[in-house]
Design a binder for this molecule. Structure first.
Ligand code: CA
Length: 688
């Protein structure tokens, strides 16, 4: 058979490569087409699999091989890894599990026991996007900022290091990558007020090898880090007086870290500013390097090589942390080694991988903040109404969720197309004249309007958000095909040599023809999924694996379901059991229970500052205006002040709310229960 013969030949090639190469596990990454050893399968992170047993002709025979259910119903974003017949996956709350990839038999699980309180620092749910493998160890990050190494065979801890200052609201949701024996990890937290960096740890010992800060030290001091020199030369002069001196400026490296063995460079995606509002952050002055940039570093030392800033003077949560991939593209009659990214700002960038020189930058969604990218300067040409410095309200595409968020893209070298899980949601940006840095809460400097008894914001027409799977041609700089998706909060993507593109779409896993976008197969999962599928082969059988579960930055339109790992193969006959029914919260009977004498207008301000980021009236986090807890002062205080539900992530707010303030909040929620209409479709979602 063609597939088995091809796989046997590939196996032999792997054996030769490993035997002949002394550079540790790096040679194994991507060498065996049946494995998925690193986050993006190969170092270039194309998420393309050379397996083709599942193809346009056979895909109809895909069925469930086995499945496993997890002990958490929060967001599931992980890319499982497969090596040596074992599949590893992480779940919400930074837990990790290993299964026999053939049978689904559980081998081990490890729970790092992150405190529920630490979930409060996670802007976008307590998710985890995956693990990394190297020399018999498996590595993953935790919501409370640790990087942990386990023995890959037994799941027993080898080392566990704190990568962050625990007194600041840092979190880790991204997957580590291991390059030449160093484990690279970033962190998140820019909305809460942190300073971004990426660190490299020795895979064997957990000792810090180097750290690169993406923004200057607000105290003006040197860090004693490899970034000191370049920050002084290039970055310090691009910042002016402003709130960044309290917030740390942002620029977190919360997702993309991509290595190219050909250039021997690591490409790091840098996040948005803290606060978002450039006028508040930096007095409206300067580009604020290296916010919203791709930065190229040497993996051995962390030394700076080049950077490209996608959004100078970032002011809209336009991170450049999105998936970075490396590829060879035919451009101008030559083969160019390029770095590609579709960051939040709506432009698709192609850069020279060795120098960072801009090759092209073109809109993949109709972004409204800039007209175009000037190829001569590499800078965007902003539209006149892009900013909101002078009292104007800026409204444009995209909002802080971006045209593309963390959900991975895929590139097929066969079709030459990049498959982008894109979304379109309009943003509304207004300067917050009362901005004050508050360490435990969102600090965007953008005014948030919550309806309250004395404040009835006008009803602005809301444009419903949409999601599309785009097949983007990075050479012709145009969309070849696109598919409308049932939700704007879309799933990550996989491309295969079987001529297929796989993506979870609402509650289905769907296969599309990679050339045309024709839908060729779909499977009912019973619950929505957003994680990217992967594929692997064992004993001549190709499998597909997907983490099923919703959550993340924009989860309010689906109910919570226990996470599952579902594995498919041709002829699979397994059946997924139905999920237990989840009762929706009915409107409260306000004639029963204890009404409040608190001030609902004061309560609205507390709600806006502390609660609205999570509790947006959807299904994923409880709609507080429908929670019976608000009908009893004692019950409300036990949750809000005493932390009765802290292990679920609903931490105690006693440091931030007096009992009288909590009662004002309860009065507001009762007012909301009485008056608020159901949230409009455009109200759901908030940025990562
Ligand atoms: Ca952000």
């Amino acid at each position: 058979m063609k597939v088995q013969g091809w796989m046997a030949a590939a196996g032999l090639a792997v054996a030769m490569l490993v035997a002949g190469c002394g550079s540790g596990d790096g040679a194994k990454v991507g060498a065996d087409p049946g494995e998925w050893r690193t986050y993006g399968r190969t170092y270039d992170e194309q998420r393309f699999s050379p397996l083709n047993q599942v193809n346009r002709e056979t895909v109809g025979k895909l069925g469930v091989a086995w499945w496993a259910e997890f002990d958490t119903d929060r967001g599931q974003e992980a890319t499982p890894l497969v090596a040596d017949g074992v599949i590893y996956t992480t779940t919400a709350w930074s837990k990790i599990h290993a299964f026999d990839a053939r049978t689904g038999a559980k081998l081990w699980s490890y729970d790092p026991k992150v405190p529920g309180q630490s979930g409060l620092n996670a802007c976008c749910d307590v998710v985890n996007r995956g693990a990394a493998l190297w020399d018999g160890k498996v590595f993953f990050g935790t919501i409370d900022g640790r990087l942990i190494a386990l023995d890959a065979k037994t799941g027993k801890p080898v080392w566990d290091v704190q990568t962050t200052d625990r007194s600041r609201p840092y979190t880790i949701t991204g997957a580590p990558r291991v390059v030449k024996g160093k484990v690279l990890i970033g962190n998140g937290g820019a909305e809460y007020g942190v300073r971004g960096y990426v660190s490299a740890y020795d895979a064997a010992t957990g000792k810090l090898a180097w750290r690169f800060y993406t923004a200057p030290n607000p105290t003006g001091a040197a860090d004693g880090a490899v970034s000191d020199k370049i920050l002084k030369e290039k970055a310090v002069g691009t910042w002016s007086d402003g709130a960044w001196k309290q917030t740390g400026g942002g620029g977190t490296v919360w997702d993309a870290i991509t290595y190219d063995p050909k250039t021997d460079l690591v490409y790091v995606g840098v996040g948005n500013g803290s606060p978002w509002n450039h006028k508040i952050r930096s007095g409206g002055k300067g580009d604020n390097l290296f916010l919203s940039s791709i930065v190229a570093l040497k993996p051995d030392t962390g030394d700076y090589v080049w950077h490209y800033q996608t959004t100078p003077a970032e002011s809209w949560d336009y991170t450049a942390t999105q998936h970075i991939m490396v590829a060879d593209l035919p451009i101008g009659g030559a083969t160019r080694r390029v770095v590609m990214q579709a960051p939040k700002n709506g432009f698709f960038y192609v850069l020279d991988a060795a120098t960072g020189k801009l090759i092209s930058g073109d809109k993949y969604i109709p972004a409204g903040w800039a007209e175009r990218i000037d190829l001569a300067t590499g800078r965007p040409v902003e539209t006149p109404a892009a900013r909101y410095n002078e009292g104007a309200v800026a409204r444009h595409l995209p909002n802080g969720l971006g045209g593309h968020n963390w959900q991975p893209m895929a590139f097929s070298p066969k079709t030459g197309l990049v498959y982008i899980p894109s979304l379109q949601m309009h943003g509304r940006y207004e300067d917050d004249p009362n901005f004050q840095y508050r360490s435990a809460f969102w600090n965007t400097g953008v005014r948030r309007i919550v309806a309250a008894p004395s404040n009835k914001p006008g009803t602005e027409p809301s444009i419903p958000p949409t999601g599309e799977l785009l097949a983007w041609d990075p050479v012709a700089k145009t969309t070849r095909w696109k598919v409308a998706l049932p939700s704007f909060w879309t799933g990550g993507v996989l491309a295969t040599d079987g001529g297929l593109v796989f993506q979870a779409s609402g509650k289905q896993l769907v296969a599309y023809d990679a050339q045309t976008g024709a839908r060729v197969w779909a499977y009912e999962l019973g619950a929505a999924a957003i994680a990217p599928p992967i594929t692997y082969a064992l004993d001549g059988e190709q499998h597909l694996a997907l983490m099923v579960g919703y959550g993340g930055a924009s989860a309010s339109d689906q109910p919570r379901r226990p996470g599952r790992l579902v594995v498919f193969k041709l002829g699979g006959t397994g059946k997924l059991p139905p999920y237990a029914e989840v009762a929706a919260l009915d409107p409260l009977d306000l004639t029963q229970g204890e009404l409040s004498a608190g001030d609902p207008d004061k309560g609205a301000a507390h709600f806006s500052a502390m609660c609205a980021v999570c509790h947006r009236g959807g299904k994923f986090y409880p709609d507080l205006a429908r929670s019976p807890v608000i009908l009893s002062r004692a019950a409300f205080e036990s949750v809000v002040l005493d932390g009765a539900l802290a292990q679920n992530g609903m931490a105690s707010f006693r440091k931030h709310l007096t009992p009288a303030a909590a009662e004002d909040l309860r009065a507001f929620l009762i007012w909301q229960a009485r008056t608020a209409p159901p949230p409009p479709p455009g109200a759901k979602g908030h940025p990562q």
